[in-house]
Design a protein around this ligand. Sequence first.
Ligand code: FRU
Length: 526
Amino acid sequence: MGNLCKQLVILLVVGFLGTSWTGVLKAQSKSQTYREAYRPQYHFSPAQNWMNDPNGLVYHDGEYHLFYQYNPFGNTWGHMSWGHAVSTDLVHWKHLPVALKEEDGVMIFSGSAILDKYNTSGFGSKENPAMVAIYTGNYTNKPLQDQRIAYSLDNGRSWSKYKGNPVVEEGLENFRDPKVFWHESSHQWVMVTVLATQYKVRFYGSKNLKDWKELSEFGPAGGTEGVWECPDLFRLPVNGDSTDTKWVLQVDLNPGGPFGGSGAQYFIGEFDGEKFVQDPATEGETRWVDYGKDFYAVQSYNNIPPDDGRRIWLGWMNNWQYAQEIPTHPWRSAMTIPRSLELRSFNDGIFLTQQPVRELQTLRGKHYQTGRQSIGDSLDLLSKADVKSKTIEIKARFKLKDGQNFGFKLARGLDEETIVGYDAIKNKLYVDRRNSGESSFNKDFAGIYKAPLAPQEGIISMHIFLDKSSIEVLGNDGRVVLTNRIFPSDGNTGLSLFAKGGAAELLSLDVWQLHSIWSSQKNKMD
Ligand code: FRU
């Protein structure tokens, strides 16, 4: 074949792969290297193409399902469909074919999934209950969004859209992101949606997932810049006491996040199956779920067995300010690590706290540990540790002494570093990514992001997850969290401790190299 001819064939194949569903599947299974620059090694990311919000998080029959907003045809937002992956341990993920596809001028926007155990919908049977997805239909040719359902009788592998769709239609342009769960005491399905531009959450109830009636609304409240998106509602024990519970209503905000662009806020209160009432003590304040720049559209799992009992969620690690420009190829975006949630009481009230799920500990490899010592100006003690600052977990406890500012410098190279520090004068835990590496793709990327954090009995603890191009920092056992992307040069493996304005006292330090989840066969395409 002549050169020109060859090029023509390549162009035709690429063109075909770019727009057909068969092409999508083939291309997905081919590009599973997961060795690209900036590729997260233990966070979920699609093999290729654009991803945003996690959708349809549901546990069933030994599998955690992760559906997600996905463009099967490109590396920026468009043709929204639900991508799909499953995991048996919340750590290793197996890619599955696209679950719900854009069709007939209706895109599949965000939503949730449930297991219809009692066959209330009649889609399945008690022996083989249906998995039901509840999502927003977004018309491509008119400004209209409605709520729809689809069901699967084979563990989410194949799906049928309900013939009677839409199931909720209000003639609204910005009405989306249904989170559905079973509300035990009122014996009904509850759907939590947003009227995005009115800063309202609207609740619906249903006995069969097909016929819905409006129950009530909540809002405006808290942060009301931009639009409200991706709500979630669940009950949590306070301080682990199952007889003392409160409801948490999580609502995303874009723009208007704590440092510009996307952000997640939450409200604490009561929900009786009809109405959410915010705790009066918390009225008038905006509570952030995360103080980083890259935490959005978080969703919690439905149907986790009661003997496990955890409320686990994960979010989209990106920010709409620059989401479509981050320098990764052939995919864009990653999810956060899965985190389990608690409500805990502190001197200043009851707050939502987050912890990495314990399953992540199975990734721990080479370990470096050191005990109590004083940290002067800069301590490169970690160079002895033989752990490379690319995919690591760090747990550290500091006692406040005279050091005014202390912490870690990570992903260090010749002239790049990301700082995770504590400012003991202002009582702030911070991540400074101003000099972390590539940031020229958008003026809103570089910055320093801070969370208020008071010492607990004179101690500040930091729990850090670095995964090549992301860094999650949990302060004082998850009282505050900061999630940020970074794009350091490939050779940046340096890691050190620092203290300024006096010495800091390190009480304990553990550093683990974390294994890549993509090296194992488990993660390959079916
Ligand atoms: C949030 C969001 C949702 C919407 C989806 C579309 O990131 O804007 O409100 O359903 O993304 O992809």
